[in-house]
Design a protein around this ligand. Structure first.
Ligand SMILES: Nc1nc2c(ncn2[C@@H]2O[C@H](COP(=O)(O)OP(=O)(O)OP(=O)(O)O)[C@@H](O)[C@H]2O)c(=O)[nH]1
Ligand SMILES: [Mg+2]
Length: 361
């Protein structure tokens, strides 16, 4: 039976209570006496925290999670509420009773394909970071732009600003990598063993930055230069995916003040090397956000255009043909789309040779 569509007017607008009436923390603040903590390391159920209100000379507190947190994970970068012994004395153990709402969550999945169990295995890398420092060596191991592209997608998806950090500039030039990203307003720094780090220091000042990159690209070496007392272990470069990873867990380190007056000099988070950066948690549509050089073209695409190579009238082809973006970037985007759809082997894609690799075919 056909029903006549009724006319709507303002009276039909229902005002629902807004989301703002919900508590801002994940668990209700039952512990009014809890002190603020900032998680700097996680190791087998023990959380190392500092107390932001106590300043740089305050105690380092070891804590466990209270049962009331349920299954919610606590990660490096989390701001937490602590009760119990927060003296930092040897053997003292505090309890984490709440996790503050996170301003950002950097995630990665083991693989790209959300239809497999492996693909759904999602890891929160860090919370509350506001800058993703994508560390890529210019040689040994060679740069892989496919990996950098994935990190850019993850950064834009999480609302974290990317910074490209090209290390080992003493071994190879950055021209080819920079040429590949020429259409992007992607900030970058070049690092060599003797370079001064002033430009990087000012980009890190007052922010929470997380380093990501393959094993052996020099993340911990860089952290040791930025924070001399960090004493992060540094290892020899091994074959990606096969060798030993020198760093085994994420650790946040307080940066030294850039100027004597700086209130909060910021934090740098060293992470273990990763082989690939699975993006199963990112929707096909959001993948495009990692490609700001392509996004403008898609306004001319037909409705619901999948943007794949076989899509009829996808405007991305004409955009690239007109020289408005690099064809290698479009190919990279389409490889990610295909990998997400379960086509192709994401590991093979992860091994994609970068332009700076002399063995690139
Ligand atoms: N030539 C050169 N070698 C560097 C540079 N930076 C780091 N290295 C070397 O690269 C190797 C790996 O450095 P690490 O700092 O351990 O690398 P990582 O990224 O922390 O590695 P994982 O902890 O395994 O993820 C070490 O032998 C460093 O001495 C650089 O700018 N130039
Ligand atoms: Mg390391």
């Amino acid at each position: 039976m056909a029903t006549r569509r009724r006319e709507y007017d303002e009276d039909d607008v229902r005002v629902r209570p807004g989301k703002s009436s919900r508590p801002r923390t994940r668990t209700r603040p039952r512990h009014a006496d809890a002190v603020d903590g900032f998680v700097i390391a996680v190791d087998r159920g023990r959380y190392t925290c500092v107390l932001p209100d106590a300043g740089p000379d305050g105690p380092t507190v070891t804590a466990m999670r209270a049962r009331e947190l349920g299954r919610k994970s606590v990660v490096v970068g989390d701001r937490v509420g602590l009760v119990g012994d927060v003296s930092g004395a040897a053997g003292a153990l505090a309890r984490i009773v709440r996790i503050a709402e996170r301003s950002s969550v950097l995630r990665r999945t083991a693989e790209d394909d959300a239809t497999t169990a492996e693909g759904r295995l999602e890891r929160v890398v860090v919370a509350n970071a506001d800058q993703l420092v994508i560390v890529s060596a210019l040689a040994d191991p060679p740069p892989r732009t496919g990996f950098i592209d994935r990190c850019l997608v993850a950064a834009y998806d999480a609302g974290i600003e990317p910074l490209l950090c090209l290390t080992k500039a003493d071994l190879a030039g950055p021209e080819e990598v920079l040429d590949y990203y020429a259409e992007l307003e992607l900030p970058y720094v070049l690092i060599r063993p003797d370079s001064d780090l002033d430009a990087l220091r000012s980009l890190l000042a007052g922010r929470i930055s997380v380093l990501v990159g393959h094993s052996g690209v020099g993340k911990s070496t860089l952290v040791n230069r930025l924070v001399p007392e960090a004493a992060r272990a540094v290892g020899a470069v091994s074959a990606i995916g096969r060798g030993r990873h020198t760093s085994s867990s994420a650790v946040a380190l307080r940066l030294p003040p850039v100027t004597v007056s700086a209130d909060d000099p910021g934090w740098i988070i060293d992470t273990p090397g990763v082989r690939s950066f699975g993006l199963a948690h990112v929707s096909a549509e959001s993948l495009l956000h990692g490609f700001p050089d392509l996004v403008e073209a898609t306004v001319d695409c037909p409705a619901n255009c999948p943007h794949t190579a076989d899509a009829a009238d996808c405007a991305l082809d004409a955009w690239v043909a007109a020289g408005r973006a690099d064809p290698r970037r479009l190919a990279s985007y389409r490889r990610l789309l295909a990998s997400r759809a379960g086509e192709g082997d994401p590991r093979a894609e992860g091994e994609q040779r970068g332009p700076g690799d002399p063995s690139a075919r």
